[in-house]
Write a protein that binds this ligand. Structure first.
Ligand SMILES: Cc1ncc(COP(=O)(O)O)c(C=O)c1O
Length: 399
């Protein structure tokens, strides 16, 4: 039964007493296995093995080993995903690679719901390549109509970080490819949140974070997917030694590693990789369909309760659960202060400017009773104006 399944997965996490955590879409909860593994890496691997651990503890292969684990969660074959760098850097790698394959087309097409870093990276790529490229940004609902013969790359985030609105990856990929364009999908809010089928969608490139639904820890390294037939054609813009065919031969010139390993750059962050490697064991035996089903039930319940109890809040996410990711967002004119008040009441979500209160639903460690209680506490904060206090209005750097 799925309820037993999720009761079991919950025990795999360190959840602080009394906290209702609805922010796994931003930073996942710490898996117990990750904590133990990092301690072992410190005490045994680094502490005793020292430099030998690159070989004896398998440090050198962690990026591809973990890449293969993540591949199983996003419908990708072994050898098509590697873990390295941040999502922003992986987007740079994917975009510069896609632009090598796209001939003399000039347009990078994206939408106004994309995460800003993706748009900023594209701006930087356009500036540095200096070959007449431009970034076209349209409303999410206008993307399909904007795909034409000028588009070199369609660059989208599948699930909107603010509203949770989800694009149809298979449909848009097919549409882009029919028009002769390549696709890059940012899976930051998809991976570990819902079933992703990169192979089925025939996506060209994908990138994503591991610190959100994959629970890899703060700043955990990101992943990059390159469709296997593209891999041998790519000369990485960030041609660095760990992506070399023979890094320890130390030749003066760059020869890319045979396959996805060419998307590696420098020395991998071993402690973060170790945490992520162990964090991914919580997915063993878990069906993404079950996770999706439960996440839709949890988020539907939250919407129903909040709308019944807090008429002041306006739903910013699609009402149809099949059209959104694993988060629900509400607009409220004092959303920042209300979120701070809620956090002070031990329900943790987050805020995205200008007025979005964001709540993530992670079935691996969140259940129905907590969702109901979170809605009740939110209602008290709104109906009693508890947010209207100076300490809740002082903005921190991270919102
Ligand atoms: C959709 C999306 N893309 C990219 C990023 C940024 O990733 P990174 O900080 O690893 O570069 C985020 C961060 O939240 C995100 O939500």
């Amino acid at each position: 039964m799925t309820s037993d399944l999720f009761a079991r997965t919950r025990t795999l996490f360190e959840i602080p007493d009394g906290v209702i955590y609805l922010d796994g879409n931003s930073l996942g909860v710490m898996p117990k296995a990750a904590r133990e593994r990092v301690i072992t890496e410190l005490d045994v691997s680094w502490g005793r093995e020292l430099i030998r651990a690159w070989n004896t503890c398998g440090w050198i292969d962690l990026p591809s080993k973990i890449g293969d684990r993540i591949a199983t969660l996003i419908g990708a074959p072994p050898g098509s995903v590697v873990v390295a760098d941040s999502t922003s850097i992986n987007l740079y790698k994917a975009l510069t690679s896609a632009l090598q394959l796209s001939g003399d087309r000039r347009v990078i097409l994206s939408d106004s719901g994309n995460f800003p870093t993706d748009l900023y990276v594209a701006e930087g790529v356009i500036r540095t390549l200096d070959r007449g490229l431009s970034l076209k940004i349209v409303a999410p609902e206008d993307i399909e109509a904007a795909i034409d013969a000028d588009v070199a790359v369609l660059m989208l985030t599948e699930v909107d970080y603010r509203t949770g609105r989800m694009h149809d990856m298979a449909r848009l990929t097919a549409r882009a490819q029919a028009a002769g364009a390549l696709t890059i999908w940012d899976l930051a809010h998809s991976c570990g949140a819902l079933p992703v089928d990169l192979t089925g969608a025939n996506a060209d490139f994908a990138i994503g974070c591991s610190y959100k639904y994959l629970n890899g820890g703060p700043g955990a390294p990101a992943f990059i997917y390159v469709r296997p037939d593209h891999q041998p054609k790519i000369q990485p813009a960030l041609s660095a030694w760990m992506g070399h065919a023979a890094p320890f031969a130390f030749p003066l010139n760059y020869t890319p590693a045979p396959a996805i390993d060419r998307m590696r750059t420098g020395t991998p962050p071993v402690l973060s990789l170790a945490a992520l490697d162990s964090a991914l064991t919580v997915w063993d035996g878990i069906s993404m369909q079950d996770v999706r089903q439960r996440s839709m039930e949890l988020s539907d319940l939250f919407i129903a309760r909040v709308e019944a109890l807090c008429p002041e809040l306006e739903l910013a996410s699609p009402r149809d659960a099949t059209k959104r990711g694993s988060q629900v967002s509400f607009r409220f004119h004092e959303g920042y202060a209300a979120m701070q008040a809620l956090i002070a009441d031990n329900v943790i979500g987050d805020f995205r400017a200008p007025d979005i209160m964001r709540f993530g639903f992670t079935p691996l460690y969140i259940g129905f009773a907590e969702v109901e209680e979170a809605a009740r506490r939110l209602a008290r904060i709104i109906s009693e104006n508890r947010w209207d206090r100076p300490e809740f209005k002082a903005r921190s750097k991270v919102t």
